[in-house]
Write a protein that binds this ligand. Structure first.
Ligand code: AMP
Length: 178
């Protein structure tokens, strides 16, 4: 397990000053490009959530779609998409949030969840937790229940975990400093 996590960590690339000066962007494309490590990442998440009766995964645009959809397949769960404004064709609910770099709004279809659905929120990375807490707000608007928020990467020094405390956080890899 430790060795697998270390290998996944090594496949994540730091891109300094992207998308703006001062940000170190965690680039998961080398991880996604390695079939064995991509599978390992999904399998480790699936091991945690298989016993937890997840009805549906809510994936956050856009890297949350990649991780979330693969995990949904593995868990035989549904998949629901949360997108940036103006992309979804049907009636939506909206929630706004602050990002590590800027602010944004998320949308979800009004009929995305069954009442009381057990929902796992998935994204590639947890920074300040603004994005995932907006996603959790959408789950609540839709009448679902958040099982947990799952990430491949957690930037622990930004304390997103505290912001998401009511929902619970799990991450495979943590960075304690920038
Ligand atoms: P936050 O709302 O602050 O938790 O930011 C999380 C969202 O922004 C996720 O969708 C991430 O993909 C993206 N993000 C924020 N900071 C970074 C970073 N340093 N590297 C890569 N993605 C990031």
């Amino acid at each position: 397990m430790k060795k697998e996590i270390a290998q996944i960590r090594q496949a994540i690339r730091d891109i300094p000053n992207f998308p703006k000066p001062g940000i170190i962007f965690k680039d998961i494309t080398p991880l996604l490009g390695n079939g064995r490590l991509f599978k390992q990442t999904i399998d480790l998440l699936a091991d945690r959530y298989r016993p937890q009766e997840v009805d549906i995964i809510l994936g956050i645009e856009s890297r949350g779609f990649i991780i979330g959809a693969a995990l949904a397949y593995r868990l035989e769960a549904g998949f629901c998409i949360v997108r940036k404004p103006g992309k979804l064709p049907y009636e939506t609910h909206r929630a706004s949030y602050l990002l590590e770099y800027g602010s944004d709004t998320l949308e979800v279809h009004r009929d995305a969840l069954q009442p009381n659905a057990r929902v796992l929120i998935v994204d590639d990375l947890l920074a300040t937790g603004g994005t995932a807490s907006a996603a959790a707000e959408l789950v609540q608007k839709l009448g679902g229940r958040v099982v947990e928020c799952a990430f491949v990467i957690e930037l622990s020094f930004l304390k997103g975990r505290e912001r998401l405390k009511p929902h619970g956080v799990f991450s495979l890899i943590q960075y304690e400093t920038e």
